[in-house]
Design a protein around this ligand. Structure first.
Ligand code: ZN
Length: 397
């Protein structure tokens, strides 16, 4: 009989093959991922998985949700293994080799997405035949989403569809690179661009123009005021550092020269809320200030003046629930009870909001994600396969 080690060794070779294929699909966020999704779907459907896709026709992108096994009812609290299929862009000139061709060296696999997070997806696909060949007590769901890196655009589409199906899920493991440690919380991540439109004019007569730059500065000052307010709203008991919502202006762009009143200006800013309420607090207050204070002044001189805030993305935060089933499951499987928080956003908050107990745990180090010459080590892939193997053992009838 094959031992656990035999199976992991055998699956490991398959994992490397699949990972190479996945890296080959250039699924940069915002670009089509249908070929990759088709590849995964074919593999899973050969194992008699039940699959469905949610497709964004305009962007040619799809999420895949496939279910394997469960001789009992399919809605009996299955386990979701979730990964995003998109990767951040790579500039080939900076890489030692083609970022979209997997390269193996020193027990590492190099390639864009190897770590974040096609390595995890490859592990789940390579283990799928073992899940399929057992009598599982509960189903395993494979969830592969699009556009996570750009404010989690894909997952909400899939979750809305799951809602209609009324299936129960007991836990969700999101395989973002955490060096196989259980991550139980992260802050939200909200990103905005505010555009100011004023009226250009000669600098010698500022009263007859509307300086977009000056209004953008007043708007910025209000944001800084809110930043201080947010500090006072800090959580008493929290795992986050700092323990309050942060706010930051990253870019300001406007004006053409010293002696011209600027008619255009834009501000790029972000907030990392520790709670949804803080996110709402910021939006409500800054919108009110723009609408009730700044705009009336601007419009008095120039009726077409405008302030427009664009939400680039709002990724909900994720915070451990007492006695989380998903966290316990992963800690039991990996034998590692250390829990940690991270400073990067994931889809975890979305799954949690949906009512599914969720944990973030996957192979590879976050330090490798998004870097030039991104890689994942063989050891990390093997640890992930071991976790999935133990999961299979645990839910085999
Ligand atoms: Zn990621």
């Amino acid at each position: 009989m094959a031992t656990q080690k035999d199976i992991i060794d055998q699956t490991f070779n398959e994992t490397i093959k699949i990972l190479s294929d996945l890296i080959n699909f250039q699924t940069v966020s915002g670009t089509p991922n249908l070929k990759l999704i088709e590849y995964c779907e074919n593999k899973l459907n050969k194992l008699e998985a039940k699959s469905f896709k949610t497709i964004n026709e305009s962007t040619q992108q799809a999420n895949l949700f496939s279910t394997i096994g469960g001789k009992k009812k399919v809605n009996d609290g299955g386990i979701i293994l979730s990964g995003h299929t998109d990767v951040v862009p790579a500039s080939p000139k900076e890489w030692s080799s083609d970022p979209y061709v997997a390269r193996e060296k020193d027990n590492k696999v190099f390639g864009r997405g190897s770590c974040d997070m096609k390595g995890f997806i490859a592990c789940t696909l390579a283990m799928a035949p073992f899940f399929a060949s057992e009598n599982l007590k509960k189903p395993i769901h494979f969830s592969y989403t699009f556009d996570e890196e750009t404010a989690c655009l894909g997952a909400p589409l899939m979750l809305a569809d799951l809602k209609k199906r009324k299936i129960n899920y007991s836990a969700c493991i999101i395989g973002e690179p955490t060096s196989m440690k259980a991550i139980t919380a992260h802050k939200g991540y909200n990103e905005y661009i505010t555009h100011f439109t004023g009226l250009s004019g000669h600098a010698s007569d500022p009263e007859h123009g509307v300086s977009a730059v000056e209004y953008a500065i007043r708007y910025s000052n209000k944001l800084m005021e809110l930043r201080n307010e947010l500090k006072k709203r800090k959580l008493k008991k929290t795992v986050f550092s700092p323990p309050y919502t942060t706010l930051q202006i990253g870019k300001i762009n406007g004006g053409i020269g010293t002696n011209v009143i600027a008619d255009k200006c834009s501000l790029d800013w972000e907030a990392r809320p520790v709670s949804n309420e803080d996110g709402e607090f910021i939006n409500k207050n800054i919108d009110l200030y723009a609408e009730k204070t700044l705009l009336p002044e601007m419009k008095k001189i120039y009726p077409k003046a405008n302030i427009k805030k664009i939400t680039v993305g709002e990724v909900v935060g994720f915070d451990e629930k007492e006695g989380s089933e998903a966290v316990n499951l992963v800690c039991n499987l990996t034998g590692d009870n250390s829990k940690d928080v991270v400073s990067f956003g994931t889809e975890a908050g979305l799954f949690q909001e949906f009512g599914i107990s969720t944990v973030v745990c996957g192979p590879g180090s976050i330090e490798q994600a998004h870097t030039v010459d991104e890689y994942i080590t063989h050891d990390q892939l093997k640890l992930c396969l071991k976790m999935l193997f133990d999961l299979k053992e645990r839910i085999t009838a």
